[in-house]
Design a protein around this ligand. Structure first.
Ligand code: Q9C
Ligand code: ZN
Length: 351
């Protein structure tokens, strides 16, 4: 295969969260629009990317993954934000943004006012709803759906340049810069087309709590993840290795929490273990949560991986010989992000 099909959406360029609230302070948001330009530029220079924009409607599969009350909350708050956030609440140059402030301290509590609803459906203060967030998140998921459709037609590979990312979004909660779980939506599409088993391999620096949560009680979807230990990194509450799945899903969830500073060779040992589990599962399709915040230069990272390593990782996935859709997750070192993505795709491509 000489070229890899790529799907992206112009809508991703409209998504501009300004601040994340970290330790009570507003900080510049790490999940920037420059991430997309960095990737697109490297893809265009690579000569092996067949770049497409999508016009797929992913909503039916989004609705299979996420609760309707959650989607309504996201939709309403992004479309009515002009009424919800007043001019008087904004500093000069500040865009309208909705953040939570009070969180339910157990899961049976009712949320009957707007502040309670925010705490109910938002699990951190890093992931604001902006004007149009619902639409851009849907388009991001549509990129993953377009990739899934291609695999269903027999393509061996596809890459969804999804933004915003997805793997922290759970059935009824947004967080970690994620609103809709793009990978889970792609999995549902693949399942709907007749796949018996789908495996997810997540190599973003952070644990994909959303994807784990969505498939935790299912035996037809394997979730494997390599990530910085929750002892040191977001999402802090999940990602331990004793989280193995529930009910029918027992044994179909595998976490590899890893220490700060891990480098290529050591990391690769865990990649081999996780990909061994994927191969044993004999899935019809593989969906990869491809995050590049594991790179040594990442501003919010913890690992020491090099650009060359992503090519090696791509090759290891290619060697499984399972049709694979890679979906963009994190990666915040915008200078090298595009190069890292193309190194990975180069490895996948077998050229
Ligand atoms: N000020 C993804 O990589 N922690 N999400 C931010 C730094 C949140 C990462 C703290 C990290 C979320 C998709
Ligand atoms: Zn991440």
């Amino acid at each position: 295969m000489a070229e890899i099909p790529v799907f992206y959406s112009e809508a991703s360029l409209r998504h501009k969260p300004q601040f994340e609230i970290f330790r009570g302070q507003k900080e510049p948001h790490a999940e920037t629009v420059e991430r997309v330009s960095s990737i697109l530029e490297a893809l265009r220079n690579s000569g092996f990317a067949n770049i497409n924009t999508t016009s797929v409607n992913g909503l039916p599969w989004v609705e299979q993954v996420h609760d309707s009350a959650y989607l309504n909350f996201l939709k309403k708050n992004s479309s009515d934000i002009d009424k919800i956030v007043g001019d008087n609440e904004l500093a000069p140059g500040e865009e309208r943004a909705i953040y939570p402030s009070a969180f339910p301290y157990n899961s049976s509590l009712r949320a009957t006012n707007p502040i309670a609803e925010r705490g109910r459906y938002m699990f951190d203060t890093y992931t604001p709803i902006m004007s149009g967030t619902y639409d851009v998140a849907l388009e991001s998921a549509a990129c993953a759906v377009a990739g899934a459709e291609l695999l269903e037609q027999g393509a061996p590979l596809a890459y969804a340049l999804s933004r915003p990312p997805g793997h922290h979004a759970d059935k009824d909660k947004m967080g970690g810069y994620c609103y809709i779980n793009n990978v889970a939506v792609a999995v549902e599409h693949l399942k709907g087309s007749g796949a018996e088993r789908v495996a997810v391999f997540d190599f973003d620096l952070h644990h994909g709590n959303g994807t784990q949560g969505i498939f935790y009680d299912r035996s037809d979807v394997l979730y494997t993840s390599l990530h910085a230990s929750p002892e040191i990194k977001f999402p802090f509450f999940t990602g331990y290795d004793d989280e193995r799945g529930d009910g029918k899903g027992a044994g179909a969830n595998h976490n590899f929490p890893l220490p700060e500073g891990i480098s290529d060779d050591e990391y690769d040992k865990y990649v081999k273990k996780a990909l061994g589990l994927v191969a044993d599962f004999k899935p019809d399709f593989l969906v990869v949560s491809a995050g590049f915040d594991t790179h040594r230069d990442d501003p919010i990272g913890a690992f020491n991986l090099t650009t060359n390593y992503y090519q090696q990782l791509g090759r290891a996935i290619r060697d499984l010989k399972i049709p694979a859709l890679s979906v963009q997750e994190g990666g915040y070192a915008t200078k090298v992000l595009g190069t890292n993505v193309t190194a990975y795709l180069d490895g996948l491509l077998n050229r």
